[in-house]
Design a binder for this molecule. Structure first.
Ligand SMILES: Cc1cc2nc3c(=O)[nH]c(=O)nc-3n(C[C@H](O)[C@H](O)[C@H](O)COP(=O)(O)OP(=O)(O)OC[C@H]3O[C@@H](n4cnc5c(N)ncnc54)[C@H](O)[C@@H]3O)c2cc1C
Ligand code: FES
Length: 285
């Protein structure tokens, strides 16, 4: 069993945002960009794969974002952010050199080390690739710990692909089985890969259910259909993890905004074992 990665202990809960500088940004699509930040007062964020931070824009507000870079990556940490409203619009207006506030890292995640000596299956839909990318790259950085590693990635159309350069590397890599699909191909776009929703990729997988750990992240509607296919493959529920999103305020288990029954997504998640949440219908709606 590999040594378990530990989050850096930064002392008491962070209520005060720490200053961070935007050092790089790159647009993937019209509304999705990656933003790389450096903390001004410490060297590394010290996150675990799957954890999130709260990003604060003075005068606008704060929102949670998964860290999309792996703790094994050198340099600044990355957030891949879709523009949907007030805070995310303001983030997309940032210029390199601007300062934002960061709280975190926050959240309970799965111990990827417990997947060692087993097969790992990642299933990412849309912006769900952002949180999974930190786990995928963590697994690839420790490739010899794991048996087969498979990544399924689906987005609405070819032009919505995130991390296109890295996706092409994964496609060509012989250390992972990477499979991608798009829901459709609008006129004017080209695509020679699979067309269909992400669940269409699952029946073709040759899985060893007792030895497969699965991590799923995507829009809530995706979960139930993916779960049906995973049930067809007889993957035990305690070997399936889901990364969930909820509206958040405090990020530290105080305000109750992210509550699902007795669970707080910010503290008990955002990565949950399916066995734990499957009988809480609110979790998957
Ligand atoms: C743990 C966690 C990790 C996340 N990671 C990422 C990430 O890596 N990249 C990314 O782009 N986004 C991520 N999100 C979602 C992100 O936090 C929201 O998009 C953001 O809060 C929207 O803020 P806003 O002020 O721009 O939008 P608002 O102006 O507040 O809202 C705009 C629209 O988006 C909807 N909305 C806002 N927040 C959410 C949410 N959490 N779930 C569903 N709908 C929402 C609103 O209902 C509204 O329709 C994550 C959320 C959580 C809880
Ligand atoms: S966001 Fe406040 S309790 Fe989770």
């Amino acid at each position: 069993m590999p040594e378990k990665i530990e989050a850096t202990d930064h002392g008491p809960v962070h209520y005060e945002p720490e200053p961070a500088t935007l050092v790089r940004r790159e647009a993937f699509t019209d509304g999705d960009s990656v933003f790389a930040f450096e903390l001004q007062e410490r060297d590394t964020l010290g996150h675990l794969p799957g954890q999130f931070v709260q990003l604060f824009i003075p005068g606008v507000g704060e929102a949670p974002f998964s860290v999309s870079s792996s703790p094994t990556d050198e340099g600044p940490f990355e957030l891949c952010i879709r523009e949907v409203g007030k805070v995310t619009n303001a983030i997309h207006d940032l210029e390199v050199g601007d300062t934002v506030g960061i709280r975190g890292p926050f959240g309970e995640v799965c111990d990827i080390e417990t997947f060692a000596d087993n097969d790992v299956l990642f299933i990412a839909g849309g912006i769900g690739l952002a949180p999974l990318r930190s786990m995928i790259n963590y697994v690839l950085a420790h490739r010899d710990w794991f048996d087969d590693v498979t990544v399924l990635y689906g987005c609405k159309e070819p032009a919505e692909m995130l991390y296109p350069a890295e996706v092409r590397q994964w496609e060509q890599s012989d250390i992972i089985d990477f499979r991608m699909t798009v829901d459709g191909v609008p006129e004017g776009q080209t695509w020679d890969g699979n067309v269909g929703v992400i669940t269409t990729l699952i029946p073709g997988l040759n899985l060893d259910p007792e030895n497969t750990y699965t991590v799923v992240c995507g829009p809530p509607v995706m979960f139930q259909f993916v779960q049906q296919e995973l049930d067809e493959k007889e993957i035990p529920h305690e070997q399936i993890y889901l990364s969930l999103e909820r509206r958040m305020h405090c990020g530290v288990g105080l305000c109750g905004h992210c509550q699902i029954n007795d669970l707080y997504v910010c503290q008990d998640g955002p990565v949950f074992n399916y066995e734990v949440i499957k009988n809480r219908p609110e979790a998957l709606s």
